[in-house]
Design a protein around this ligand. Structure first.
Ligand SMILES: Nc1ncnc2c1ncn2[C@@H]1O[C@H](COP(=O)(O)OP(=O)(O)OP(=O)(O)O)[C@@H](O)[C@H]1O
Length: 256
């Protein structure tokens, strides 16, 4: 049984249908990247999964439990954490205070919260160094690290990351890739929504590609990356799909 199963998901914004029969799964400890252009429906999928948007039909299960249309706080308790786009830190609070807020559902169990914070600091030593610094004074890459760390404070089995690389400098994107790999190495599965194709190819075990609210491709990273439709989506009709052959997780470089 997969950790996350999404079956036949349909959703609307007002009267406008935006997701059509979307199905995919995320296995335990896996990284699955959800790809697609602007407006393809990636964020709406993520919001339906985490209970922030009501799908019109379809089913979402987490660890075998039906979570479709459940209260988002209960979904967090059951092991799913959703880090939205936009790096929303509380700028006037310190790093430590921002992290603590990520465990607000467990806030009274202070020893549990403290242990989780230490776990986040082990994954992100940079946050430990800056624990007393105000979040608003940190760089974009550090703020991204902080919102991901805050997402880990609920001890998720599945972490949804929506466009974590948006607006980051190349060096910060590289560091982000290492962070996401470390999170997976710690046993947390990741549903990664990305426009940064190379980052997704480098990290993901499998890819799901959306266009116009439909899944147009899904499968292993190697198989999907070799599909000419990916080349056309990202590089236009004239380019060879060879350009998007992924780096393997053993670290061999892809042609670029
Ligand atoms: N709050 C909203 N009200 C109305 N329409 C919306 C709303 N949010 C999204 N949409 C529409 O739903 C469709 C899917 O949007 P969604 O944000 O899920 O796509 P996306 O793939 O995440 O795009 P992006 O990469 O630009 O964030 C788009 O046509 C978008 O215009």
């Amino acid at each position: 049984m997969a950790l996350l199963e999404v079956r036949g998901l349909c959703a609307r914004h007002g009267a406008v249908p935006v997701l059509h029969d979307v199905s995919f799964h995320v296995g335990r400890g896996e990284i699955v990247a959800l790809l697609g252009g602007n407006g393809a429906g990636k964020t709406t999928v993520a919001r339906c999964v985490s209970g922030l948007h009501r799908p019109s039909s379809g089913e979402v299960t987490l660890d075998g439990r039906d979570i479709t249309r459940c209260d988002p706080r209960r979904i967090v308790r059951w092991g799913l954490s959703h880090v939205s786009e936009g790096r929303r830190v509380f700028p006037s609070l310190t790093v430590e205070e921002n992290l603590t807020l990520g465990a607000y559902l467990d806030g009274r169990r202070t020893h549990v919260v403290a242990e989780r914070r230490e776990g986040v600091y082990r994954t992100f030593p940079r946050l430990a160094e800056r624990r007393t610094q105000r979040a608003g004074s940190m760089s974009g890459g550090e703020q991204q690290m902080l919102v991901i760390g805050r997402g880990l404070m609920s001890a998720p089995t599945l972490l949804i990351l929506d466009e974590p690389s948006a607006g980051l400098a190349p060096a910060s994107v590289a560091a982000l890739g290492e962070d996401i790999a470390a999170i997976r190495a710690g046993g947390t599965a990741v549903l990664l929504i990305e426009q940064h194709l190379q980052l997704a190819l480098r990290l993901a075990d499998r890819l799901v590609v959306l266009r116009g609210g439909h899944v147009i491709l899904s499968g292993s990273t190697e198989d999907v990356a070799a599909d000419p439709r990916i080349g056309r989506m990202y590089f236009g009709d004239g380019d060879s799909p060879d350009r998007v052959v992924p780096k393997t997780r053993q670290g061999h470089s892809s042609p670029s």
